[in-house]
Design a protein around this ligand. Structure first.
Ligand code: UDP
Ligand code: MG
Length: 311
């Protein structure tokens, strides 16, 4: 019999955990597999950990990992994947935006169609603010141009994959983990199921606009070096423009003499060019800082407690 591991990162989700468990439990019964549920407590400061302890003591097949502090969802996913022992591994959010009712369908398609992964992607972003929707659309267009790794617009982290694919994802040991990119980078056959993501049932989203923005930048830095190429390109372009301007000034001076003037335009040019330079310093800095973090080889997460500690 196959075993399925379901990995669920949780950060301050005391309300959601029991409801999620009930919903998942209902679907378990429809799948002819052994099930294992792995909650990852990402340093919550509410009662999430208590809820996990309770469930793992009461219910068979419920395990958990608890971090020493908040390390972020990517770290929680990594820990969960490393801990999972199933032949198939599902990753999903606890807020029921990834409905467990899709699990049986996903398992069936993976079994029958001989593919490696089934993922869900949303058609709508109704829950998003106007600003976030525009930003999201723009971002996917941008990263499609910049990166050779394909990022599927609207793709959620909700997916069921084979152990082989999980192992491939785990073989990437990088510190800056952008899961959507990592899942795409490893290849394998992935089937996408379209659905309309419901709104969060309880609790609140953990993403502020600023956090999302940082995340978007991280994804670009992790999966594309186009910004660096762009900086060289703009450098060359500016040199060319400067060359034309020099020619123009020489010819103008030879023909009409050299009346002094034009310092405001000069000031503008200097400010503009230094702005562009600073911007690309920043770009290079982003890459350098990521390299710096990678070379330190710090642990991506630190586990404080697991279900084994209370049994
Ligand atoms: N999450 C986490 N660590 C964090 C932030 C979020 O483990 O630092 C979990 C959260 O508990 C939830 C999932 O990641 O299960 C998705 O978070 P959220 O629903 O806030 O994101 P959204 O659906 O708004 O993209
Ligand atoms: Mg959510």
């Amino acid at each position: 019999m196959d075993k399925i591991s379901v990995v669920v990162p949780c950060y301050n989700e005391e309300e959601a955990i029991p409801i999620f468990y009930k919903a998942l439990r209902k679907e378990w019964k429809k799948i002819p597999c052994q099930m294992e549920l792995i909650f990852v407590n990402d340093g919550s400061n509410d009662k999430s950990l208590e809820k996990m302890r309770e469930l793992s003591q009461k219910e068979k097949g419920v395990r958990y990992l608890s971090f020493s502090r908040n390390f972020g969802k990517e770290a929680a996913l990594l820990a969960g994947l490393e801990y999972a022992s199933g032949d198939y591994i599902a990753v999903m959010d606890v807020d029921l935006q990834d409905p467990p009712s899709y699990l049986p369908v996903m398992y069936q398609s993976i079994k029958e169609e001989g593919i490696d992964c089934v993922g869900l992607k949303t058609r709508t972003h109704d829950g998003y603010s106007f600003f976030r929707r525009i930003f999201t659309n723009f971002y996917y267009k941008l990263i499609e141009k910049m990166s050779s790794t394909q990022m599927v617009p609207g793709a959620r982290d909700f997916r069921l994959m084979t152990k082989q694919m999980k192992d491939a994802v785990l073989s990437m040991k990088e510190y800056n983990r952008y899961s959507k990119g990592l899942f795409s980078f490893v290849g394998f056959d992935t089937k996408w199921i379209d659905y309309d993501a419901p709104e969060r049932k309880m609790g609140s989203s953990k993403w502020s606009f600023w956090k999302l923005f940082r995340y978007a930048i991280e994804a670009i830095v992790a999966f594309s070096t186009t910004p660096l190429v762009l900086s060289s390109f703009i450098g060359i372009l500016f040199c060319f423009v400067a060359f034309l301007m020099i020619l123009f000034i020489i010819i103008k001076t030879l023909l009409w003499g050299d009346p002094v003037g034009g310092w405001p335009s000069l000031a503008c040019i200097i400010i503009f060019v230094s702005g562009v330079q600073l911007f690309f310093f920043g770009v290079i800095g982003e890459y350098l800082s990521k390299t710096y973090l990678e070379t330190k080889k710090r642990p991506i997460y630190i586990i404080k407690e697991t279900e084994k500690d209370i049994k």
